[in-house]
Design a protein around this ligand. Structure first.
Ligand SMILES: Cc1cc2nc3c(=O)[nH]c(=O)nc-3n(C[C@H](O)[C@H](O)[C@H](O)COP(=O)(O)OP(=O)(O)OC[C@H]3O[C@@H](n4cnc5c(N)ncnc54)[C@H](O)[C@@H]3O)c2cc1C
Ligand code: SF4
Ligand code: SF4
Length: 414
């Protein structure tokens, strides 16, 4: 597969699938989400798609189509930051409920916002993900309803997760719901809005994280094996949370093993790797530019401005991107669900310098896909020209060569 895909099979063959699940929601007779041999969630074909279905699904698929914020339609009061996208407000934040703050991935802002949306009657459902109750290393799409605690879906799942498998079902049922997911999950909903007018009124809130990429399930399996536990013996697998960042915990019956966040993701000698799927390595938007609110970690900085991952009460950064997002955050604070503190733009940049460089390198990564003639997504309104001008030449060269090298080593697959 070379160039931009024209069929869903092209998307998969070109290594562009992110595993969001929206295609299976829109074509349930033809597609189901299945764990691939490599350990990623991918659509599997029961029947071929019609040409009309292929055209729709390629345009909705976030792996194939990533359309960023259009400067022409920016809302009043919004700044379009060249690196960070639409910004209306940015503050440190955490859930006011101490249990949510402790249990969640970071400060519990997403869990608290989901709870506020349900309790206030603004939505009839929140679509997100949770640990599979039967297979602790896997992740299931989950619908929280009024009266439920959104805490059941708290914490980050660093593995395959397809929250969008229920989108069509919720739309058809006339529900008004929020989606909490990765930036590409949000992109899929914005893409769908171009084809289904119900999205605007029925999915009024889109909330997301900053995203370093999704590894396949073998990463969790390797962590378990390093503790001497076989995957089928695992009774609990938690990537983080229960503290901030909290331990990566594996349990098998009464055996319990913890490693720190740094050991889990920064130890180069570890027998496991945070090896994100191919599409994540060329991702044009891992910071949720088209969400209403993006909620990364609010990492503590040391005296040199470097991020520490020392245990502390959880803190997020609450990045308001739309008027809807600003109104939601203000209402959740007023209703006592969120607490906030000031965050400077400079601190935010230091906390998320990895994403800063990733944004700048995107034009080089996309150019490498073209050069190699491999599958490439349609990317619009992500200020690629501006990135190319802002980026240091050596960063562009490294990203270009690195991407070509990865393609040559056969990584641009599934
Ligand atoms: C794969 C991955 C990569 C990440 N990379 C970064 C990063 O580079 N920088 C950064 O600052 N933060 C990153 N995070 C986000 C961070 O871990 C926190 O999730 C985020 O800051 C929100 O914190 P919270 O306390 O508000 O979340 P919580 O209140 O715990 O809520 C988390 C919400 O996200 C949903 N969720 C969890 N995992 C997934 C998933 N795999 N797919 C879809 N939805 C999911 C849950 O269902 C829940 O609703 C990443 C998270 C994941 C899952
Ligand atoms: S990214 Fe989502 S829509 Fe695209 S092929 Fe994969 S599961 Fe389907
Ligand atoms: S890095 Fe990008 S493509 Fe990968 S999961 Fe995150 S948002 Fe989706």
């Amino acid at each position: 597969m070379s160039g931009q895909p024209t069929t869903l099979q092209d998307v998969i063959d070109g290594g562009l699938c992110v595993g969001c699940g929206i295609c299976t929601s829109l074509a349930p007779a033809q597609l189901t989400m299945t764990l691939s041999d490599r350990g990623d969630l991918r659509p599997q074909f029961a029947e071929p798609l019609s040409p009309e279905q292929n055209a729709l699904l390629v345009d909705v698929c976030p792996g194939a189509t990533a359309i960023g914020p259009d400067p022409a339609t920016l809302e009043a009061g919004t700044t379009l930051d060249p690196i960070w996208g639409p910004l209306r407000g940015m503050q440190r934040g955490w859930a006011a409920d101490p249990q949510v703050r402790f249990t969640a991935a970071a400060g519990g802002v997403l869990t608290a916002l989901g709870q506020f949306l349900l309790d206030s009657g603004r939505v009839t459902a929140v679509l997100h993900v949770r640990t599979s109750p039967t297979q602790p290393m896997l992740t299931d799409a989950h619908i929280s309803r009024p009266g439920d605690s959104t805490l059941v879906a708290a914490q980050s799942r660093y593995g395959p997760a397809a929250p969008l498998v229920h989108v069509q079902q919720l739309l058809d049922a006339g529900e008004r719901f929020a989606v909490i997911g990765k930036p590409c999950d949000v992109t899929a909903i914005r893409n769908l809005a171009r084809h289904d007018v119900r999205v605007e009124t029925q999915i009024p809130y889109l909330l997301t994280i900053f995203c370093g990429g999704v590894p396949n399930v073998t990463t969790a399996e390797s962590i378990a094996k390093a503790h001497g536990i076989e995957p089928d013996e695992v009774t609990l697998f938690r990537f983080r949370g229960e503290g901030w960042p909290g331990p990566t915990r594996v349990e098998a019956g009464d055996q319990r093993f913890d490693i720190t966040y740094r050991q889990a993701w920064f130890d180069r000698d570890a027998p496991w790797r945070y090896d994100a799927q191919w599409r994540c390595k060329i991702c044009p938007d891992a910071i949720g530019e088209v969400a209403d609110v993006s909620v990364p970690d609010g990492w503590i900085l040391d005296a040199d401005g470097k991020t520490t991952h020392n245990e502390a009460p959880g803190v997020n950064i609450v990045v308001e991107r739309t008027a809807t997002g600003s109104e939601l955050v203000a209402a959740a604070i007023a209703a006592g669900y969120l607490e906030t503190a000031e965050c400077s733009y400079e601190d935010f940049e230091l906390m998320h310098h990895d994403h800063h460089n990733r944004r700048l390198g995107e034009p080089a990564r996309l150019a490498a896909l073209k050069e190699a003639g491999t599958g490439e997504p349609r990317v619009e309104h992500y200020r690629l020209e501006e990135m190319g001008e802002l980026a240091p030449a050596d960063l562009l060269a490294t990203q270009f060569e690195g991407t070509l090298d990865r393609i040559a080593r056969g990584q641009a697959v599934l």
